[in-house]
Design a protein around this ligand. Sequence first.
Ligand SMILES: NC(=O)c1ccc[n+]([C@@H]2O[C@H](COP(=O)([O-])OP(=O)(O)OC[C@H]3O[C@@H](n4cnc5c(N)ncnc54)[C@H](OP(=O)(O)O)[C@@H]3O)[C@@H](O)[C@H]2O)c1
Length: 242
Amino acid sequence: MGTVALVTGANRGLGRALTEELLNRGVKKVYAAARDPHTLQDLSDDRVVRLRLDVTDAEQVRSAMEAASDVEIVFSNAGLALGTAIVGSSVLDQAQREMEVNYFGPLRLLQRLAPTLARNGGGAFVTIASVAGLTNVPFLPTYAASKAALHSLTQAARILLAAQGAAVIGVYPGPIDTDMSRALAIPKTSARDVAIAILDGVEAGQEDIFPDAFALEFARSFEASPKTSERQVAAMMLAAAA
Ligand SMILES: NC(=O)c1ccc[n+]([C@@H]2O[C@H](COP(=O)([O-])OP(=O)(O)OC[C@H]3O[C@@H](n4cnc5c(N)ncnc54)[C@H](OP(=O)(O)O)[C@@H]3O)[C@@H](O)[C@H]2O)c1
């Protein structure tokens, strides 16, 4: 993969695994972006360029994108999961913060980067969404809603950026073994295996990537019938509550 990549949230979890796997696959350069660049210090490869980037900060997005003027593929990975309910005093605040990171963050990147990608030959923009964005899995109801917004944005970007030759790729993982899903007592796939499957999918030219066994099973049910998928999730929630 001899390309110039950018990964948001590159300091830990899936973003770190994607960065390492890009390096393993011979990427020319990777812009590793994180809110605190000190958390990227152990990425010692010469091909790594560290960037400070909070995706909710328009000024940081502007200056990071200016610095990454040769980028060809973007992994919009940074994400936040807070809310476990739709009732209670913190619901709106948490839902808004999730939207800021999971939806407005990728939108800000697209707004700034689409022209850059066009100048660099079309480019590719990869959104890390979630199966929960296809059918709400209400262990994390407002997070899932923000990922549904991201899924919708991914579809729009795919159509609107086709004219410049950009590939827009949606990734829909199931549970990954990272800090985000620490509290969930369910089987999870390692971040490294998910990163490998994502990059395999990108290299194979897939538009929608389901990078683990849970996600593939979820996709089968969703593609057969979104309503069946919703009922299966409802049954799973009932079983978990019993
Ligand atoms: N874990 C799962 O089960 C799962 C399943 C499906 C999809 N996903 C998605 O996969 C992606 C990676 O998640 P993960 O599992 O690796 O979670 P994680 O371990 O919690 O890591 C989240 C990453 O996002 C960064 N981040 C959060 N807010 C940010 C902001 N405002 N600006 C820039 N970076 C920010 C974090 O940086 P800090 O260290 O600075 O907080 C961290 O690098 C997310 O989009 C997530 O929604 C995860």
